[in-house]
Design a protein around this ligand. Structure first.
Ligand code: TYM
Length: 336
């Protein structure tokens, strides 16, 4: 039986944090042997916000190296950089012409980012979800493992695929309509400084997140300073204690212990007793990832060969879909 196909990606904007890891990469790694996987570094998305041309390429390599460091294996996955495959940009244009403007104006992330970026809102920011739809639909992905914040973009992708099939390819649908794969735990990791806001690369305070490459000393400092409450006894259940739920979830996922075990272990603890446990579990979980990352980054030839193989494997599928899309839309083919 052929394996179902998975596609996902992360923007090379700053360091990856525990939210990115627990909401997405961890799930790619856990299920990679069950699927045919395509994992890209979405650098075209990264220029929808102000960016530094001096660091864009290096940031892309960093993210690709982190995919490997977190346990993605080239035996199961093609790893590539989005901008290396022109079909992503081309399909975006074609999908732009079938996507109603108001669908994009309704996107929550667009509205949030537009407020944050003030006067610096470009067309790319509005079009961001169409580029994401192109990433997914080019590969005819069955499943897309992402964090909860991407749910609406996945729904939009499904709507675009269905609309295209309905308008231009009724008899032989061109696009597979993909499904989001969102985990129950870790799909929305919250900020360390405010348990009601999600952990984010764009938060101005680095104390709000733990980055995968933070040193043990920095992790200790961030957890020591993180926001807590005045109650003793820690539980997953209390709705009015967002920091408590978030930190217990982090502890559960970093330690690898089952939820019930963590619930019993922490039910009578105070924050002073709990924080060292979370610190230790986090440092130990990230230690092998950081070591592998250093090893991968010292061998640039190896990393480049992986990205080149990944590009070749991915591009043949992407181009096949693009040809079908253009045929359905009625474009002429050169030389015929
Ligand atoms: P990006 O780079 O913002 O985030 C990458 C992944 O991390 C997840 N994530 C979180 N999960 C849990 N808790 C958090 N606090 C948290 N913050 C981020 C995101 O949900 C995402 O899965 N648009 C995408 C990138 C993208 C993509 C794609 C994803 C472009 N094309 C195609 C899947 C398929 C994004 O903004 O990722």
């Amino acid at each position: 039986m052929t394996k179902k196909r998975v596609l996902s990606g992360i923007q090379p904007t700053g360091n990856l944090h525990l939210g990115n890891y627990l909401g997405s990469i961890r799930n790619w790694v856990e299920h990679q042997q069950d699927y045919e996987n395509y994992f890209c570094v979405v650098d075209l998305h990264a220029i929808t916000a102000p960016h530094d041309p001096q660091t864009l390429a290096e940031n892309s390599y960093t993210i690709a190296a982190l995919y490997l460091a977190c346990g993605i294996s080239v035996e199961h996955a093609s790893i590539f950089i989005q901008s290396h495959i022109p079909a992503h940009s081309e399909l975006t244009w074609l999908l732009n012409c079938v996507t109603p403007l108001n669908w994009l104006q309704d996107m929550i992330q667009f509205k949030e980012k537009a407020i944050k970026q003030g006067e610096n809102v470009n067309m790319g920011l509005l079009d961001y979800p169409v580029l994401m739809a192109a990433d997914i639909l080019l590969y005819q992905a069955d499943k897309v493992p992402v964090g909860e914040d991407q749910k609406q973009h996945l729904e939009l992708t499904r709507d675009i695929a269905a609309r295209f099939n309905h308008q231009f390819a009724k008899k032989n649908p061109v696009f597979k309509v993909p499904q989001a794969l969102i985990q129950t735990d870790g799909a929305r990791i919250m900020s360390l400084t405010d348990g009601t806001r999600k952990m984010s690369k764009s938060d101005s305070s680095d104390l709000s997140r733990i980055n995968l490459l933070d040193s043990p000393e920095l992790i200790q400092k961030k957890i020591k300073k993180c926001k807590t409450d005045l109650e003793r006894g820690l539980t997953f259940e209390s709705i009015d204690r967002p920091e408590c739920r978030n930190l217990l979830t982090l502890y559960m996922l970093m330690s690898g212990k089952p939820k019930e075990t963590v619930a019993i272990e922490c039910q009578d603890l105070g924050w002073g007793q709990f924080k060292p446990l979370l610190t230790e579990a986090t440092i130990e979980h990230l230690r092998p990832i950081q070591a592998k990352y250093q090893a991968v980054m010292t061998d640039r030839t190896y990393l480049e060969s992986i990205l080149s193989d990944g590009k070749n494997q991915a591009e043949s599928i992407a181009n096949r879909t693009l040809t079908e899309v253009k045929a359905a839309l009625g474009f002429s083919v050169p030389g015929t």
